[in-house]
Design a protein around this ligand. Structure first.
Ligand code: NAD
Length: 375
């Protein structure tokens, strides 16, 4: 099998789908030939020479990679001009936006057999190929560093000869993978942290990191049942619970210096958790990092890929935080892909899609010019 790694072309994307480490492992797979577009790893600090040393064949341009490879490894879904380079029967693996039905239709029209790794089930066996987790973890870490950089004060309590500085108060909304890493990072920097999530299981995880759980009690069995979520993911909560949460979040945010919001519900717009009045009530100089910005944002005032000031508060709306730590983000992502590849390529390098495997079945989004997911 010829495996190709083209350069990512989305504006701001700095990651690459294979590193010299994973190329070496791929190339060791017998019949595999690994084709890397020259310069593909450059933004993530992986030079061409390192790929070549690990057994890759460097190819001058994207057309050469797409034209020769039988399997294409990508970070993000192909853009319009890349669709034209894909061909019938080719395998395509990446973060292909499985909830974007229109995008999948375009992809299907090329004839590729495509796997969107974001659709992998949250089961133990899938942990090593879980791209959402590997990238969200880094995003949660980077979000706190961005906030600390933007904030005009320090995170830790500091006793100095010139007086004492108070520890920063951090509120984290959504305690999934990104949120839990944000809590841990803010704690390591010395902040006082509290966090909210709909899923009752999050309480113990938040507390085990030394943060305080912002408890929004359930008032009906329906609320309690919906809050359990499905497959580890949250479901939209009833309006009454959301209203009670909003009141509590508003109160906690008004006391906070930093808010890191990460709340998401798969396939839906992000829940609005920080209303304009809440931003208004926050102290001047406070910082909000809205990790949900790509899906509409947890705060309606945040703007995609910009830092804006509203009511004296800085809102950071960077939509691709893993791209700000591209070396590590690529390293983890490339290992996720390598692990998934074992389910579609046999050890000797021949194609062998394990269709009956539940991970493969969940991730396979198009084949034979047909979208395999429901609208
Ligand atoms: P996500 O990115 O879909 O959402 C982030 C968080 O937002 C979630 O914790 C969700 O409950 C929360 N949220 C949604 N609506 C909210 C609201 N109104 N208020 C507050 N919070 C809200 O989630 P994720 O980070 O991908 O992780 C979801 C879960 O899956 C976590 O429990 C995680 O530990 C689990 N997980 C399991 C595995 C595995 O077992 N293999 C792998 C990864 C993640």
């Amino acid at each position: 099998m010829k495996v190709g790694i083209p350069t990512e072309t989305r504006p701001g994307e700095t990651r690459v789908a294979a590193t010299p480490e994973t190329v070496k492992k791929l190339a060791a797979g017998g019949a595999n030939q690994v084709l890397v577009q020259a310069g593909a790893g450059q933004p993530a600090s992986y030079p061409d020479a390192a790929y070549a040393d690990c057994g890759a064949t460097l190819v001058a341009d994207a057309a050469g990679v797409y034209g020769q490879a039988e399997a294409i490894l990508k970070v993000r879904a192909p853009q319009q001009h890349e669709l034209a380079l894909l061909r019938d029967g080719q395998l395509l693996l990446g973060m292909l936006d499985p909830y974007d039905f229109e995008g999948l239709q375009h992809l299907a029209s090329t004839g590729v057999t495509a796997f969107a790794l974001e659709a992998a089930p949250r089961i133990t066996r899938a942990q090593s190929l879980d791209v959402l987790s590997s990238q969200a973890n880094l995003a949660g870490y980077k979000a706190v560093l961005l906030a600390a950089n933007q904030y005009g004060r320090l995170f830790p309590m500091m006793m100095t000869a010139a007086g004492t500085l108070k520890a920063a108060r951090v509120v984290v909304l959504g305690a999934g993978v990104a949120g839990l890493q944000a809590i841990a990072t803010a704690k390591r920097l010395g902040a006082m942290v509290e966090a909210s999530d709909v899923r009752p299981a999050a309480k113990e995880q938040i507390e085990s990191l030394g943060a305080k759980f912002i408890d929004v009690p359930f008032e009906t069995d329906e609320e309690r049942e919906i809050a359990q979520g499905v497959g580890g993911y949250a479901r939209p909560m009833p309006a009454a619970w959301m209203a009670r949460q909003a009141a509590l979040v508003s109160q906690r945010c008004a006391q906070a210096d930093i808010v890191i919001s990460t709340a998401l519900i798969p396939g839906r717009p992000a829940p609005v958790l920080i209303a304009e009045e809440t931003v208004h009530a926050m102290k001047p100089g406070s910082v909000i990092v809205d990790l949900a910005v790509e899906r509409g944002g947890n705060c309606p005032l945040s703007e995609k890929d910009r830092i804006v000031q509203k009511h004296g508060v800085s809102l950071i709306g960077y939509s691709n935080l893993p791209a700000l730590v591209p070396t590590d983000a690529s390293a983890l992502y490339a290992r996720n892909l390598l692990d998934f590849l074992k389910l579609v390529i046999a050890q000797d390098g021949t194609p062998a899609i394990q269709r009956e495997d539940e991970i493969v079945a969940a991730c396979m989004v198009c084949e034979a010019r047909t979208v395999l997911r429901k609208k």
